[in-house]
Structure formats: structure tokens, C-alpha cells
Design a protein around this ligand. Sequence first.
Ligand SMILES: NC(=O)CC[C@H](N)C(=O)O
Length: 261
Amino acid sequence: MAPITVGVLALQGGVGEHIALLRRASAHLVSSQPETLPDGTSFTFIEVRTAEALAQCHALIIPGGESTTMAIVARRLGLLDPLRQFVKIDNKPVWGTCAGLVMLAEEASATKQGGQELVGGLDVRVLRNRYGTQIQSFVADLDLPFLGEAEKPFRGVFIRAPVVEGIIASSSSFVDNGTEKVNGVGKGVNGNGTGKNGSVEVLGVYRKSGGKEEEDIVAVKQRNVFGTSFHPELTDDIRIHVWWLKRVLERFRHGDLVVSA
Ligand SMILES: NC(=O)CC[C@H](N)C(=O)O
């Protein structure tokens, strides 16, 4: 059977780091959870720079880096429309980290002058560079319940990170996360997470230590699209990559993604 092909968009940014963690995550699945891989299934990981390479992929990661640069390069290479098709029409599994999350948002604020092109797919507005410049980068322990209750916190690496400011509930309304408390992780933003394409689930928030009720949304999922503000590929923690590959495998089990024989 042909392998399941997972691409990493390789225009700019943390490409090799993601591929390294994907390899470790798939090796982990093969050795410790072989039941998650149907007989004879294997993964292959490729760098994506062309529409042809994208067309081979069953799933895609858009890495961190610089979303403005990525958008310009993607436009030049004729990749923006194929990416939109991949995410929003083919509904293939896609994960964006940091700049990748910006690319996957339907709207972004604090964009470069004149705006910037986005791929979209998540009915959210992101705020770019929420925590300031490169030297204001930080690492923070995050509770990510989707990884399992008993798990230790995940070390979130935040580098000029975006956060989800709010959800676009329809083309005309916007629910601002503001400083209001989110009604619990796992629910939509302010408990009202139904966008145009189903529910935007909040999978992770960052609470500033000593901060009152203020929390920032740093991990979201809507249907096939997953986004994180932080960089799991810059840690040696494979848990999110394992979790995401399992979500990809579920799609094959449900039969809505297929590998050629
Ligand atoms: N580390 C990152 O990916 C930074 C993202 C960057 N602020 C952007 O908007 O593209």
C-alpha cells in the first residue's frame, strides 16, 4: 500500500524541526500503538514547495516562521489557491504552528501595512505578535486537556506568537475574546463557538502567572484545521505530533481519506 503522505510547507520557517518530530511521533505510534495504524500503513514526510508536491499530500503542517513572507512566497509560487483548496474544499487535515496559525485564520489583526494574504479555514481572527518582539519570547507550561488528563504540562515555546482574539460567528458578527474569561477549555470562544463551518473548539489557553482572569487562546481546532500559537517542534515533546497523526489516521479509518493501493 502507498504510504500516507504528510507534507510540511517549506517556503520558510521551522520545516526540518517538524519533520524530525513527525518521524519520531510516527515511530512511537508504530512501536507503542500499532493498533492505530491499519495493516501495512506507513507514513512518509515531505517538504512542500510546489502545487504538485501539495497534491501528493494527505495532510499538511504549516510551520512557524513569518506569515508575511510565507504569503508572499506562496503567492509567487502559485500556491495560495491550491492551499485554500486543500484546506477548505478538500478538507484535508492541516495544522498550523505560530505563523502557520496566522495563515490558517480567516482574519488577522496587526498585519503588515496594507494587510497580508491568508489561506483561511479557521473562523477566527488572530492577533499577530501578541507578546511583542523576538526578545520577548518565552516558554510557559500549558495544560492541554486534549492530550489526556494525567499528562504533565506541555512546554509552550512562544516566539512573536499570535493568539486567537475571537471567533467570526458569521460573515457579519464577531465574538471578541477580549479579557473575558473563556467558558472553559474545550468549548467554543465565550461558549459561542459556532462559526460558518461548525464549531471552533478552544483546545488550549495560556494564563499569565499572577494574571487575574485573563487568558489567551493558544490552541484551536475547527473540523480538519488545527492551530497552535506556540512551537511544539522546538521542544523534544512529541505528544502533540502523536495526537495530530492519530487524528489523521482517524480520517483514513473513517474512509474520507484514502491511500492508493
Ligand atoms: N514564530 C512565529 O512563527 C512568528 C509568527 C509571526 N509573528 C507572524 O506573524 O508570522
